[in-house]
Design a protein. Sequence first.
Length: 132
Amino acid sequence: MKGLDTNILVRYLVKDDRKQAERASAYIREATADGESCFINHVVIGELVWVLESAYEYGKNEIADVLEKILVTKQLEIEAKDIVRQAVQDYRRGRGDLADYLIGRSNQAQGCEVTASFDRALKNSSSFIVLE
């Protein structure tokens, strides 16, 4: 298995730089040719969301769509895929950031009943208790 950094994943997905997009695609093809996967961790997922929002002005639904496609791409192995899937669903429905929902779902998976936050956007999320 080979790991992917955010900049490789962005070029692979967005294809805004033809040369880098071709190189990223070729690398992923080569790395997965023998049935292996490329690994994407939670930090890369968080950075990807930030880049898509800030540099490419993707909206919440566009980002959720991209993440859902990544989750079902056979060649990509996502760290704790079920947690990411749940966080993406929360992100699509809620008012918080994906990073918040990843934190909440990761904490739940570790046995936490709730996660305390001051972020009012998480007020209606069952994974969080919002402190006033």
